[in-house]
Design a protein around this ligand. Structure first.
Ligand SMILES: *[C@@H]1O[C@H](CO)[C@@H](O)[C@H](O)[C@H]1NC(C)=O
Ligand SMILES: *[C@@H]1O[C@H](CO)[C@@H](O)[C@H](O)[C@H]1NC(C)=O
Ligand SMILES: *[C@@H]1O[C@H](CO)[C@@H](O)[C@H](O)[C@H]1NC(C)=O
Length: 206
């Protein structure tokens, strides 16, 4: 006659160490997942509240002075630019820690200059005035011929490029600095000042 087994459960301990460990791992995994989801929601809410809208740049005026292309194909010229920067955001301001503007003609840089660092508050329009000077800029290939041709025609299509190191400011928080590239093309400039200038719009890359 068999004696009844007082303990029919072959595994009497409902929480052996290995199972405890696996439920701890699951708890940690769920915790990490929940944290990631919360973080995602926080980022989304911040984004929605701030709604960073693109900064808008336009070239409002551009003129060329003292244009002189020598027989040795060296270019002397002054380029006067008025660039309008519009920050449409109502909560985001921007520090421009450095701004470099250049004028290009068919992939050759004709002149470059910096602009004083400035701070742009929210909902603000700032106009930048810059004079870029070409001094003995050597031109190669078909460039001299093309430039003389443009001079005769009375106007020239240029590209205006801006490279800025910027930081965003929201309340007291300031972002890391990052590079903003602004590309305005084509910018049609008349050699004669009596002709008006037509505003040119720029693309922004952050
Ligand atoms: C554009 O610049 C030229 C040359 O500096 C100036 O004569 C002209 O008045 C300016 N035009 C505007 C609309 O500001
Ligand atoms: C152009 O530059 C050359 C060399 O610097 C100079 O000899 C010449 O007089 C200049 N021409 C004009 C119209 O300024
Ligand atoms: C934009 O900000 C600059 C610098 O703070 C200020 O001088 C200028 O008056 C502002 N412009 C407008 C339209 O608010």
């Amino acid at each position: 006659m068999a004696t009844p087994n007082p303990n029919p459960n072959p595994n009497p301990n409902p929480n052996p160490p290995s199972r405890r460990r696996s439920s701890l791992l699951r708890f940690i995994a769920i915790g990490i997942l929940a944290l990631a989801i919360l973080l995602g929601i926080a980022v989304l809410i911040t984004w929605l509240v701030l709604r960073p809208r693109g900064f808008v740049y336009t070239v409002e005026n551009a003129s060329i002075h003292n244009f002189n292309l020598t027989d040795a194909n060296h270019l002397y010229a002054n380029f006067d630019l008025t660039i309008r920067s519009y920050n449409p955001n109502s909560r985001i301001a921007c520090y421009y820690d450095s701004v470099e503007i250049s004028v290009r003609y068919k992939d050759q840089t004709l002149a470059t200059n910096g602009v004083q660092p400035f701070f742009q508050p929210h909902k603000n329009v700032t106009r930048l005035q810059a004079r870029l000077t070409s001094q003995t800029v050597a031109l190669y290939g078909s460039m001299p011929k093309d430039l003389r041709q443009e001079k005769r025609s009375g106007d020239i299509e240029l590209d205006v490029l801006m490279k800025a190191r910027i930081r965003f400011k929201v309340g007291l928080w300031k972002s890391e600095d990052r590079t903003m590239r602004i590309f305005c093309s084509p910018v049609l400039v008349h050699f004669s000042e009596s002709k008006g200038f037509e505003r040119a719009y720029c693309d922004v890359e952050l």
